[in-house]
Write a protein that binds this ligand. Structure first.
Ligand code: HMH
Length: 219
């Protein structure tokens, strides 16, 4: 069994819970309050800028050129791939870059990104990948789930979000991270695996908090 398969087993229940989160559920059903989505977009934009920096630490810490290039691609996938959807929503919702810059980072958002960056600064390439794996992968799971909900892909406001996270492009960028984890983590000790699993589980728990924060529009 690959490392990522064992990791998945350790968060299955937490991830199952995402689909029951009111924000996630109402987004799929198309009933989510647009004001909550607008709040989320601004916070998530700020989140993604920090998330991109976690990958950038991989560029800085990688020992070989091939791995450096992979991390550089991951930075690019966030800034010019995933964030295309955010930029499109910003235009649609009338969110300016000035508003994003002037908005404070909500506490749960700050805690989550500080945690990821802390693990990334302290650790090596596997810890860096572990800090981003739950984010990338769980959104793919949610996107692919939502694509099966009738009308979710065609929803006038939320359809674009669902399309983005179930797209072939997004799946490829997530697979790149998964493959990298399995390659680097092939021969690790059980102690190292336990420490990495803890990061993965913690990030999965932070994801729950992020969805709650967005629904409550809690600063
Ligand atoms: C909070 C959060 N987690 C994960 C993703 C997916 O990258 C995202 N955009 N935002």
């Amino acid at each position: 069994m690959k490392l990522t398969q064992r990791l998945y087993e350790s968060v299955k229940e937490i991830w199952q819970g995402y689909l029951e989160q009111p924000f996630v559920k109402e987004l799929a059903e198309g009933t989510l309050d647009p004001a909550k989505f607008r709040f989320y977009m601004i916070q998530d934009y700020r989140y993604l800028l920090q998330y991109a920096k976690v990958f950038a630490l991989g560029v800085a810490k990688a020992e070989d050129e091939e791995l450096m290039r992979r991390f550089a691609c991951m930075v690019h996938d966030v800034l010019d791939g995933e964030m295309k959807v955010h930029k499109s929503y910003m235009a649609r919702l009338g969110i300016t870059e000035e508003e994003v810059a002037a908005t404070k980072t909500a506490l749960d958002n700050q805690s989550y990104t500080s945690y990821m960056l802390d693990e990334a600064y302290k650790g090596g390439c596997l810890e860096i990948l572990m800090s981003v794996l739950a984010c990338a992968w769980s959104y793919q799971v949610i996107g692919e789930h939502h694509a099966t909900i009738p009308g979710a892909l065609e929803h006038p406001l939320y359809g674009e979000w669902v399309q983005g996270y179930c797209s072939a492009e997004y799946r490829a960028s997530t697979q790149e991270i998964i493959d990298c984890v399995d390659a680097l983590g092939a021969d690790i000790t059980p102690e190292r695996e336990a420490a990495l699993t803890e990061i993965f589980v913690n990030c999965s728990r932070y994801e729950t908090k992020f969805w709650d924060m967005a629904y409550a529009m809690e600063m």
